[in-house]
Design a protein around this ligand. Structure first.
Ligand SMILES: [Zn+2]
Length: 266
């Protein structure tokens, strides 16, 4: 391990001094992010059972998304290509691809009870896209890979170890966001959803719902920094406490309301 540490230090010294240039070199441009996201979204739509645009889940998702997008300044809308799709699957998850395509699984929509909760997830995912979190995670990953490659060259003097494999499609889905990015997605997401008139309690609810729904399984994107959940919830609750605005009560989802109706009639 000590040899590895020394090699990393050497490498850092070799590569140091041009931090910003390197960051640029490894960072996909905005246009590249859009292209990658569009390509991956196209593949997903072919591979997965995507619900038609007149499906009530899709109609609702797009209506809530439109309200949120309206809050974004013009500068934040370009050059992104937003789209909002629902995949028919039991998986309890939602995610944004680089550049704007957002996918929700019916498994998640059915766990949520209100439009405000849907808005919380959407605002969070939209923030990942506009703040280019994927591009940052990608750049970090590439820097690590270069470090590893150079290490292998130092220790083995083996040129075959120099693997310049391109962007694997699954890299789009497997790169974890940092806690910093999750916090930013929560905080900017809070601003977006509340500016659009949604009740921020919906965001706190989502954490509770997801924690219950996915205990033991693979955490959904929203909970990708799992150990930090409690701190994230507290941060949102603090903001709610300090927020001087009054919010409308949360609006139940139409399908949720239908389920409640018979009970209310008793
Ligand atoms: Zn996230």
């Amino acid at each position: 391990m000590r040899r590895l540490g020394l090699a990393f230090a050497l490498l850092a010294a070799l590569l140091g001094g041009a931090e910003s240039a390197r960051a640029d070199m490894f960072r996909p441009s905005k246009d590249e992010q859009v292209q990658l996201g569009q390509r991956a979204a196209g593949e997903l739509r072919k591979k997965e059972k995507v619900l038609p645009e007149n499906d009530p889940h899709v109609v609702l998702l797009r209506r809530v998304a439109a309200r949120i997008l309206k809050q974004l300044p013009e500068a934040d809308l370009k050059p992104w290509k937003f789209s909002f799709d629902v995949i028919d699957s039991k998986e309890v998850n939602a995610f944004a691809l680089p550049g704007g395509p957002v996918f929700f699984y019916t498994g998640l929509l059915k766990k949520l009870g209100t439009e405000d909760q849907v808005a919380a997830v959407l605002s969070h995912e939209i923030t990942h896209a506009i703040r280019q979190h994927w591009a940052s995670a990608y750049a970090d990953n590439q820097k690590r890979k270069l470090g590893l490659t150079a290490l292998l060259m130092i220790f083995r003097a083996d040129r075959a170890a120099f693997d310049v494999a391109g962007v694997a499609d699954d890299l789009l889905f497997t790169l974890p966001y940092s806690r910093k990015h999750e916090t930013e997605a929560d905080m900017v997401g809070y601003d977006l959803m509340t500016a659009a008139g949604f009740n921020p309690q919906g965001m706190v609810d989502v954490f509770e719902i997801l924690r219950k729904a996915t205990s033991g399984g693979k955490p959904p994107e929203f909970l990708s920094t799992h150990p930090d959940d409690a701190a994230r919830i507290r941060r949102i609750q603090d903001r709610i406490k300090k927020d001087s605005r009054t919010f409308q009560p949360q609006v139940p989802l139409p399908w949720e309301a239908e389920e409640i109706k018979p009970k209310a009639g008793k």
